[in-house]
Design a protein around this ligand. Structure first.
Ligand SMILES: Cc1cc2nc3c(=O)[nH]c(=O)nc-3n(C[C@H](O)[C@H](O)[C@H](O)COP(=O)(O)O)c2cc1C
Length: 224
């Protein structure tokens, strides 16, 4: 199983990169593969007006590595991981631009839209954030945006690791050990429990198999 980690910081030796590398180590330790992509290297153009920008064949005409990233790297992968610094309580611009330019591929005007939609569905996703402030609310918008996008793309969003640090690599001194958490997320990204119920979802009332004795029911949720 392959994870692609989209690294959004312009600092190649920065904190979010360090989290991304820890994630990749964990993924490899679990027998998977992981590729780190530096978004600032691969994409340069911002989203423009698609009406003037799409070529006659419906393809985006912005000349950079986005299309290759999408078709050759991201569509075949099993998980998309976002690694971003917190910038003014939001994601870094290169990641926002990556999100914005999805529209060039995830819309019917793109000739290979059906293929993109088919291959995009069903992946897993996760988020790695580095920030100076430890205030829990500071990163909420980033988590919310990434999780909503995951829902839109029909990805299962399975985890968030936040590392606190400001100078390059400082995140390794965070006593909460976000590098350990990132490696653990890498190890478990495909095995982690994921649930997102509706009120009439059929399930056992006990979440974990070890907790099931047989009288939890296995239909619509009942009193426990
Ligand atoms: C433009 C800019 C905006 C930032 N805004 C915030 C912020 O709102 N909150 C915060 O906690 N840290 C903020 N920071 C600090 C970074 O999130 C922090 O240094 C992070 O570790 C950088 O990650 P990197 O090493 O991967 O580049 C900002 C840094 C920059 C350069």
């Amino acid at each position: 199983m392959k994870s692609v980690v989209l690294c959004a910081s312009p600092r190649r030796d920065g904190n979010s990169r360090m989290l991304a590398e820890a994630f990749a180590e964990g993924a490899r330790a679990a027998g998977g593969s992981a590729e780190l992509v530096d978004l600032n290297e691969v994409t340069s153009g911002l989203l423009r007006d698609c009406r003037s920008c799409r070529g006659p064949d419906g393809r985006c005409s912005i000349e950079d590595g986005y299309e290759e990233l999408m078709l050759e790297t991201l569509l075949p992968a099993d998980a998309w991981i976002y690694a971003t610094p917190l910038y003014y309580y939001g994601i870094a611009a290169s990641l926002k631009n990556f999100f914005d330019r999805l529209v060039c591929y995830a819309s019917a005007s793109y000739p290979r839209f059906e293929e993109v939609a088919e291959k995009t569905r069903g992946k897993r996703s996760a988020l790695l954030i580095s920030a100076e402030e430890s205030n829990q609310a500071a990163c909420l918008a980033v988590v919310n945006q990434t999780q909503e996008l995951s829902r839109y793309l029909q990805h299962q969003f399975v985890g968030v690791v936040t590392g606190i640090g400001n100078t390059r690599g400082e995140v390794r001194f965070d006593p909460a050990e976000p590098l350990v958490a990132a490696a653990n997320l890498g190890r478990t990204v495909f095995s982690a429990h994921h649930s997102d119920y509706n009120m009439d979802s059929e399930r056992s009332n006990a979440v974990w198999p070890e907790a099931r004795s047989g009288d939890e029911g296995s239909g619509i949720y009942e009193d426990v």
